[in-house]
Design a binder for this molecule. Structure first.
Ligand code: NAP
Length: 276
């Protein structure tokens, strides 16, 4: 096994790839703000070594970790106990060592997204929402969205993945596969993009009559430059658009809350990250 420096960090992000993650910067700002000793590093985990390496880290010096793509499902199975929301999502983005005895798995993506949508005033009860994608990120946020009484339509390249999500979540609210013909004379209040970065969108990939001039568009992806989804939104003259940097900060804040019992302030950190 590759040697890791055991002494100088106590929280981590596990993923692959991990090189451009902003999470260490966010957690460093939380640590400074709260004056809690919280040293957070990203660790690139080889694809077939999640369980081996994460066990090693928790047996040594790590107290908690975030988990990102492609390991959220493995983290779900790795956890000894689960929060209610992680149990329902079947996906874990936050691990915590409890009483030196067991690993608790949680998922803060849903509360992270909802907090940012509320900050932006992009969501209301009973909204009709189109969600693009059916991967780990969407799986993590559906419970929060459905809990607001919103109607959710899922559009995904691999229809069977979308069907699996509908089956997983239909007991928690109104969720369906997106089918154009079911939606005549209706429009979406909000579109959430949970597809991978850098997909190229053709202007007509969704019929434009499904949007009004007041539709909100939110991309879970983020970057200093506009994401390809946001460029598509601008091409179709969308008025209300946002990337997912706020979601990233809020989900991190809720992981910090799980680990340390304090919810850090977030607004000024979102502003910093938008500029750096
Ligand atoms: N802001 C935040 O805090 C936050 C949190 C979580 C995730 N994210 C971002 O959200 C994005 C999705 O993450 P994830 O964990 O859900 O990833 P994932 O599990 O790998 O899911 C990827 C999704 O993109 C679709 N997709 C991939 N390549 C495609 C292509 N060429 N054409 C059409 N569809 C394609 C997949 O469809 P198939 O089912 O057909 O493969 C699937 O729906 C990532 O970019 C991630 O960085 C942001």
């Amino acid at each position: 096994m590759r040697k890791y420096n055991n002494e100088n960090f106590n929280y981590a992000l596990f993923g692959n790839p991990i090189n451009h993650s902003k999470s260490p910067q966010i957690h460093d700002l939380f640590s400074k703000q709260t004056k809690i000793l919280h040293i957070y590093k990203s660790i690139n985990i080889p694809l077939n070594q999640f369980s081996l390496l994460v066990t090693y880290f928790f047996n040594n010096h790590i107290q908690g970790a975030n988990v990102t793509s492609p390991f959220k499902k493995e983290a779900y199975y790795f956890s000894n106990k689960l929060s209610k929301r992680a149990q329902i999502a079947k996906s874990v983005n936050t691990l915590k060592k409890v009483d030196n005895q067991y690993i608790l798995g949680d998922n803060t993506d849903g509360i992270g997204l909802l907090s940012d949508l509320n900050r932006l005033k992009f969501i209301k009860k009973n909204f009709s929402i189109l969600i693009l994608g059916a991967g780990g990120a969407v799986q993590g946020v559906l419970l929060s969205i459905l809990s607001l009484g919103c109607s959710v339509y899922i559009l995904n390249r691999t229809v069977s993945n979308a069907i699996n999500l509908v089956n997983q979540f239909k007991q928690y609210g109104n969720i369906k596969i997106f089918e154009k013909d079911d939606l005549k004379n209706k429009f979406f209040d909000l579109v959430i993009n949970g597809l991978s970065r850098n997909i190229q969108y053709n202007t007509s990939f969704i019929p434009l009559y499904l949007f009004s001039s007041e539709t909100f568009f939110y991309d879970m992806n983020y970057g200093l430059e506009n994401t390809s989804f946001l460029n598509w939104c601008l091409k179709i003259n969308a008025k209300y658009v946002s990337d997912g940097i706020g979601m990233l900060v809020f989900q991190a804040a809720h992981s910090f809350l799980e680990w340390h019992g304090i919810l850090p302030k977030t607004d000024y950190i979102i502003d910093i990250l938008k500029k750096n």
